[in-house]
Design a protein around this ligand. Structure first.
Ligand code: G6P
Ligand code: MG
Length: 221
């Protein structure tokens, strides 16, 4: 019987749908550099940090730039992204998320954010969820981006829990890989085929609750 003592949530794509805003902002940057960039290309950036994402886009255009130019491009992309997420509110929280986190808190389960985004705190505050988390680990605290497990290992440390007692909720292949290599139970949220490296996959969290989570985790035991 698997004991769940903590849950670590990725933010983008699990708690809130920001992928469309990242896409708009990266697309503007790609257009400026005359690099073709599709929504499929954007999928491959899910879970990656900002610099890793930029590097992938530059590879698409076979472009090599110096670090100052890359910094400037990332700054511009982020300003546009921040403009786009400024209007986000609690209405943008994905279905089932609030209910699940509230239930976990009532049951005494540790709840932590594990995101590659440097904008996580701003977004959590905009959507009114910041105070619900026992800890927030985001891109500002990381040396290594997903698929490195650092983000979740740091989260488990804040919760003072062993990874083997924690479930990670992830929508990205890189995030699932991070959870698995850190020794967590990786629950994929999204497409079964895409997230086939996860321990289990659900299409979304709309019907998720603690007893269902226990059932899923122990089914895999
Ligand atoms: C998340 C998203 C990525 C994004 C990364 C960095 O992991 O899934 O698409 O590139 O965060 O986000 P930031 O807000 O710091 O640019
Ligand atoms: Mg994500």
């Amino acid at each position: 019987m698997y004991t769940i003592k903590g849950c670590l949530f990725d933010m983008d794509g699990v708690i809130v749908d920001t992928a469309k805003h990242h896409f708009t902002a990266w697309k503007a940057l790609a257009e400026e550099l005359s690099i073709p960039f599709t929504s499929k290309d954007n999928e491959a950036l899910k879970g990656l940090g900002r610099l890793d994402s930029l590097e992938k886009i530059l590879q698409l255009g076979n472009l090599e730039l110096n670090s100052n130019t890359k910094l400037k491009l990332m700054e511009n992309k982020n300003s546009l992204y921040l403009e786009l997420v400024r209007s986000m509110s609690e209405e943008d929280i994905l279905p089932g998320v609030c209910g699940l986190i509230e239930e976990l808190k009532v049951k005494g389960i540790g709840v932590c954010l594990g995101s590659s985004s440097r904008n996580a705190s701003i977004i959590l505050k905009n959507i009114g969820l910041f105070n619900l988390f026992d800890g927030v680990v985001d891109g500002n605290h990381l040396t290594f981006s997903k698929p490195d497990p650092e983000v979740f290992i740091k989260g488990a440390k804040i919760l003072e829990l062993s990874p083997s007692n924690c479930v990670v909720f992830e929508d990205a292949v890189a995030g699932v890989e991070a959870a698995k290599s850190g020794g967590f139970f990786a629950l994929g949220v999204g497409d079964h085929k895409e997230l086939d490296n996860a321990d289990a996959v659900v299409s979304d969290l709309s019907k998720m609750n603690f007893s269902k989570l226990l059932e899923i985790v122990n089914r895999n035991d």
